[in-house]
Ligand binder design. Sequence first.
Ligand SMILES: Cc1cc2nc3c(=O)[nH]c(=O)nc-3n(C[C@H](O)[C@H](O)[C@H](O)COP(=O)(O)OP(=O)(O)OC[C@H]3O[C@@H](n4cnc5c(N)ncnc54)[C@H](O)[C@@H]3O)c2cc1C
Length: 343
Amino acid sequence: MIGAGVIGLSASASLVIGGVDVTCFERFAAAMGERSAGSSRIFRLAHSEPNLVRLAMSARDGFARWADDAGTPMVDSSGCVISGTDVIDRASAMSTAGAKYDMIESPSDIVRLPVVVPPSPALIDPAGGVIDVDAVRAYLLARTRNILVHEPVYALDCSAEAEVTVWSSSGGSHYDSVIIAAGSGTSALAAQVDIYTPPLLAHHVRFTFPIDDSSKWPAWIDNPAERLSTYQHRSGPGQWSVGGQIDAELTAWEVGREAATAASREAILDYVRERLSVKPTIVDSLYCTHVPDMGDGVEFRRNGLVLAIYGENLMKFAPALGAALAAAATEGSTPTVRELAGR
Ligand SMILES: Cc1cc2nc3c(=O)[nH]c(=O)nc-3n(C[C@H](O)[C@H](O)[C@H](O)COP(=O)(O)OP(=O)(O)OC[C@H]3O[C@@H](n4cnc5c(N)ncnc54)[C@H](O)[C@@H]3O)c2cc1C
């Protein structure tokens, strides 16, 4: 396994539990320190594709199993509100997949959000909520600590028939199956074994604002026809985090992290001042890179013994993707979302 983000660790944990001999390479000293960093993410069943709804349902069951094992909740029960242009598509996908939801047709205080005007129409996803990333990290690390190797992988060699050589800082090791779950490092490694994954990266920053600790608002994803699309949730005691789909030109890779962060900060602050009832004071921020224009997708690509995964907003699918990758590694198969949705 290459990469100890939430996906690599979930797959590694599944393999360890299945009694498979696995090594997980992580280039940094801390696991889940890149795209999986921070303490919270939004969980939701609400997607625009029925198969993604089904995959999220399977992941929800997986989070519940992890919670039972760990004796601590992994996803809270705050729910998730969806508003904006794609509400109808999401409602239709949820109906097809058999997921429960409520529709609120006109502005109403039933939609409990820190807003000046409640959004409408709004879809309430009662199975949605906030993923406790600290609990997920602790759970996965407890299962993978002994197989984690903190070394960067810099080369893959598939020239031998029945094994892949993984070159890391301590030399070459041989494996009969390799999964690349290296987030921003996936494309460079996959290209070495003739697997294409999107190489483009963009900057993304989420900002946190102080709120009254008694506020128990649901998570919220808003995609208005005009103005900023945002995702928002209670990210800890007294904290409300807001991320937005900032103009692609302002967050393109070439712009640089500093300028992209400054532009994102300005856009989010303008939005918060105009639309929210929270104090417009930034108390924290979380930076990551992402694949531009990918939305909620997840893709798998195999060449021989090497399987690569890439996608966006993958935290909410982690238990399901981990199990799927573990099965694919032992079977030599290539998962598809369609098949996973039917599992
Ligand atoms: C601000 C923000 C908000 C988000 N909001 C949501 C949300 O609300 N809901 C949701 O579901 N998802 C959300 N996401 C996305 C989600 O967090 C990511 O999709 C998910 O964490 C990706 O996990 P990963 O394991 O694929 O990648 P990563 O966590 O990036 O893990 C990849 C790992 O591979 C390691 N690596 C890379 N190259 C090498 C190499 N050559 N050798 C060894 N190791 C290597 C990296 O160091 C890294 O630790 C958000 C992300 C961010 C940053």
